[in-house]
Design a protein around this ligand. Structure first.
Ligand code: F2R
Ligand code: MG
Ligand code: MG
Length: 341
């Protein structure tokens, strides 16, 4: 079942977006589903080449722009989407972020074959042994993890709290805290959640003001995770430059850390703010942590453009068993309904 954005009845006054245009409930529902399915699609496209560098991708495939065969099958998702689903389940059921419930859903959904990070595996084990949600991630790697797991799963928080920035930041920090207590791990989750909310609030029929978008993100950087500041300055410079993929990766990174992947995902989205396929193909072909950079770029693009912008050949290839494409689509509908009830 591919989602039908036109099935929502308009029953309340239309909300205003920041430039005063009316944004219909149907579009907001489509954007909510788009953020979730965008995570899923980018994750599934990038998963077969996770860990390849740019040249390895070129020599093996020239360019990755179709869903490739993979260990668990074509169009399957990884830890990125599995953890995102847990956060969406809690928000759509409880109507608020709840740490203990989210930890419970991380355990409930956990499939070790989905390619989890070393630190995440250890935290999920600790949680399953009864360590409280706000203790289990402490002292990972000495000072807490700054892996990008905190940002790859954040799409539901970005859309659910888009109208309340203070609540968004608090929920992003608390959701990161379960597994990622390093300031850069929490900061990456906040920046990605904020970026998703700005994409969500933007009118897809109006060109995106990229400078204002980046300025808003920079305003929210805390001193303890200031490393993102110069990365976002680089994003702005790169958008106006002609650097090739290697040059972009040299400046922004493409690795498994938040600081080495969130800025790259934001760059890929801002390079192609009107084109889901182009943004996500760019992200995946940057190499490195391809599933996660694809997932985060897909979340941003889906939050701006809505699920209909996802290429049908990609959507149709997504796994669709239990907790697959139809399930995630319904989760998006439920999340939208909960945010607006
Ligand atoms: N784990 C993977 N991919 C490898 C296996 C996939 C393989 N294809 C398969 O199918 O089996 N991908 C997933 O992990 C990343 C998200 O990781 P997360 O959840 O943040 O975990 P972790 O372990 O906390 O952090 C990742 C690594 O970052 C480094 N790191 C983190 N904090 C650090 C610190 N304070 N000091 C030093 N290093 C730190 C470590 O190397 C961590 O292991 C995504 O790519 C997801 O797709
Ligand atoms: Mg993954
Ligand atoms: Mg990854």
């Amino acid at each position: 079942m591919i989602p039908n954005a036109f099935s929502v009845r308009i029953s309340r006054p239309l909300p205003l977006n920041p430039i005063g245009l009316e944004v219909s409930p149907a579009l907001k529902e489509s954007k909510t589903i788009g953020a979730l399915l965008g995570t899923f699609t980018g994750d599934a496209l990038g998963m077969p080449v996770e860990g390849f560098d740019i040249d390895m991708i070129v020599s093996a495939y020239e360019q990755v722009d179709t869903m490739l065969e993979a260990r668990k099958g074509r169009g399957t998702y990884t830890d990125d989407t599995q953890m995102m689903i847990a956060i969406a389940e809690v928000l759509s059921r409880c109507g608020e972020f709840q740490g203990a419930e989210t930890a419970r859903c991380f355990i409930k959904n956990f499939d070790p074959e989905r390619g989890y990070g070393r630190g995440a595996l250890e935290v999920i084990y600790r949680l399953s042994q009864g360590v409280p949600w706000n203790k289990a991630g402490e002292r990972m790697f000495g000072g807490g993890s700054f892996g990008n797991g905190s940002a790859m799963r954040i799409a539901p928080i970005g859309v659910f709290f888009s109208a309340n920035r203070a609540a968004l930041i608090q929920a992003a920090v608390n959701s990161a805290r379960i597994t990622h207590t390093h300031p850069l791990g929490k900061g990456g989750a906040v920046i990605q959640a904020l970026a998703i909310s700005l994409a969500f609030e933007s009118d897809p029929d109006v060109p995106l003001d990229k400078a204002a978008f980046l300025a808003t993100l920079k305003e929210h950087i805390e001193p303890e995770w200031d490393a993102y500041h110069h990365k976002l300055v680089h994003v702005q410079e790169l958008l106006a430059s002609e650097l090739d993929l290697h040059g972009v990766v040299r400046l922004l990174g493409n690795d498994v850390t938040c600081q080495g992947s969130v800025p790259l995902a934001i760059y890929c989205f801002l390079l192609h703010p009107e084109d889901f396929r182009a943004a996500v193909v760019t992200a995946v072909n940057m190499g490195g942590d391809t599933d996660t950079i694809g997932a985060m770029t897909g979340a941003l693009s889906g939050a701006r453009l809505g699920w209909e912008a996802i290429p049908p050949d990609w959507l149709n290839a997504l796994e669709n068993g239990a907790s697959g494409r139809d399930y995630v689509t319904q989760l998006g509908r439920d999340l939208y309904a909960k945010a607006n009830n």
